[in-house]
Design a protein around this ligand. Sequence first.
Ligand code: ATR
Length: 283
Amino acid sequence: MGLLDFDAKPDGYGVMGNPISHSRSPQIHAQFAQQTNQRITYEAILVDLGGFENGVGNFQGNDGKGLNVTVPFKEDAFRLVDELSLRAKRAEAVNTIKINDDGSLLGENTDGVGLVRDLSNNLNFSLKGKNILVLGAGGAVRGVLAPLFEHQPSKITVANRTVSKAESLALSFGDLGEISASAFEHLSGAFDLIINGTAASLAGELPPLPDGLVTSATLCYDMMYAAKPTPFMEWGSAQGAECVSDGLGMLVEQAAESFKIWRGVEPETGPVIKQIRTELGGG
Ligand code: ATR
């Protein structure tokens, strides 16, 4: 680094959403930057509903280099960017934008990679050959199916309240591996992994699941995270699962993948997960 570079403005990043004040992303990226000696800023940006394109334009005008995108703008971002990664195409949603030097926007989706890394690296769960049940058929689930299939599970079943949405996902992802759709009440037999990607946990609710889906070896994973076990995690434990997890690890892992896309370096996620867990007041 030359003397002149030392005074250069740090590269600007941020996360856009509505609401956004609860976002942990600024803290996560600040820790990544510190760990890897990257001079960046990262801010939480509240964007008006319907104002996403404007928001991105302003951010670019201020020399911004990259954005995370969260609820409810991931589909807007998908439509706005100039170029899409394969994963973002499959997800039909963008959670990471890289602003290239020529001003063009590259759209990525790191949510599914975040989930898969949390499962494999942090929870030591190997997906290969596993029978997986995914609950929900909204944007969150669409974003994780392709990365799950990259790890060669034997089968994925998608169960949703509105079964037609699960059927449509099964149709769109059928070229990647064995996938079928189901109503909650028609599910039967035990699964190796059950992932809750419904928004039910947000409302403190649980999809109506029959007994018999869980053995002691089943991993029950909620894509949402909270200070306390979610209703889905409590259900998994009550059904006999020895391992249940919330989605804090997924959050930090998807952030790490975004950071790598922007900065070309891979931060360590373990200490960041640990710190947020402590702040949440959990184990
Ligand atoms: P997200 O981006 O979080 O996936 P979404 O696309 O609105 O949000 O999808 C929400 C998902 O949670 C859907 O699968 C929805 O089921 P429907 O398709 O039947 O609406 C599911 N969901 C929301 N509240 C739920 C509840 N109380 N019980 C079961 N499923 C619920």
